[in-house]
Write a protein that binds this ligand. Structure first.
Ligand SMILES: N[C@@H](CCC(=O)N[C@@H](CS)C(=O)NCC(=O)O)C(=O)O
Length: 214
């Protein structure tokens, strides 16, 4: 059976969405990052980068959340999540790269320099700079999504599950105020019956029922 290392609210959500969408069974292996479980020898043997998610499929070990999404979509073509035409596939790849390099990258810097790095390593100005960079790139995606239902071509593809998770993250940082098309798109994507918890829901679940009611 497929094994997924990593759990919500991490980037494992990108993979969980694909697994749900394709109706696949899998085992979850929880890795507690805060307790350093990703740095233990048994996990480092699977991913020397000490990061989640990781998918293990028989002898195949795949890291990188978007690479895992693409692997699953190709291996299980019944979902039709890889566009058939070269042109639409190129657009899917274009937006997948854009999402991780232009939108996720500044979001990650904000997380690193506001709470993940020890205080003495945090760069004071970087969160503001990263925020502006991210807003600029969100405006580009907003423009692209005018009148569109899907990121690449005219049907659902891997880029949509990547976009929805990454935009949910941007939403957590309150960055979608000037992007009505992205807010609408996010609503459509999370209305899918296969949608995993949002990042906020996953954090609330980690903190237990009292936190959800607060
Ligand atoms: N580019 C990687 C990033 C993976 C990543 O940074 N995952 C985070 C959790 S969302 C992690 O494991 N962080 C542990 C650390 O950085 O020490 C991917 O998309 O899979």
């Amino acid at each position: 059976m497929l094994k997924l290392y990593g759990n919500p609210p991490t980037r494992a959500l990108r993979v969980i969405w694909l697994l749900n969408e394709l109706g696949l069974e899998y085992e979850t292996h929880t890795i507690n990052l805060l307790q350093g479980e990703a740095r233990k020898d048994d996990f480092l043997a699977i991913n020397p980068a000490a990061k989640v998610p990781v998918l293990v499929d028989g002898d195949q070990v795949i890291t990188e959340s978007v690479a895992i999404q693409l692997y699953l979509a190709e291996k299980y073509p019944h979902g039709g999540l890889i566009p058939e035409s070269l042109e639409d596939r190129a657009q899917m790849h274009r937006w997948n790269f854009f999402l991780v390099t232009e939108i996720e990258q500044p979001l990650w810097r904000i997380a690193l320099h506001t709470f993940l790095y020890p205080e003495e390593q945090r760069l004071q100005q970087d969160p503001d700079i990263a925020r502006q960079e991210c807003l600029n790139m969100l405006a580009v995606l907003e423009q692209h999504m005018q009148g569109r239902r899907f990121v690449a071509g005219d049907r659902l593809s891997v880029a949509d599950f990547n976009a929805a998770y990454t935009l949910d993250w941007a939403n957590e940082e309150d960055m979608l105020g000037n992007t009505p098309a992205l807010r609408q798109y996010l609503q459509w994507m999370y209305a899918r019956p296969t949608a995993p918890p949002t990042i906020a829901e996953a954090f609330a679940a980690l903190q237990g029922p009292a936190a959800v009611n607060n």
